[in-house]
Design a protein. Sequence first.
Lengths: 98, 98
Amino acid sequence: MTEADAVHLRFAVNVRPKDGILDPQGRAVEGSLGHLGIDGVSSVRVGRRVELTVTAADEDAARVVVERLAAELLSNPLIESYDIEALGGSSSLVGEPA
Amino acid sequence: MTEADAVHLRFAVNVRPKDGILDPQGRAVEGSLGHLGIDGVSSVRVGRRVELTVTAADEDAARVVVERLAAELLSNPLIESYDIEALGGSSSLVGEPA
């Protein structure tokens, strides 16, 4: 792949504690709601959101990279689940005419 | 509002470091890519994702609650920006016929 062929895509990886896994940050948020006078909020889960740019030959290749990164580095599969989101801000370089 | 009128909506608040703000977690992820043999990944930003359920009279009222929570508790406006996402898993109770 040459630089001119590459696509640059922006993704987000959303990581959250699995159901049933203790989430002390979520409990802390719930515990603070009363002080703010906010009610009606429940089931708070606090996770991470990692946004990144992938440079690859095409979108499929970019997704493979993000999937691997999410599974091997960004989440702990024992206690966390994740999903991958393509962000609108993605862009692609204009390649040579085919 | 009676319980039967209430809607239960699920939202996510995505919080990220503003452009130009140091992001040591993002640098740590970038520093780990080489060890995993992953390349083509850049501009990594690590933020938080908070998912929560709001019980309110209607969707507009629920959004007001989430907006306030995001601005006052979940983000630090000096160094972070946020956006609010309505999640597909939202549900509403069936109210009395109008």
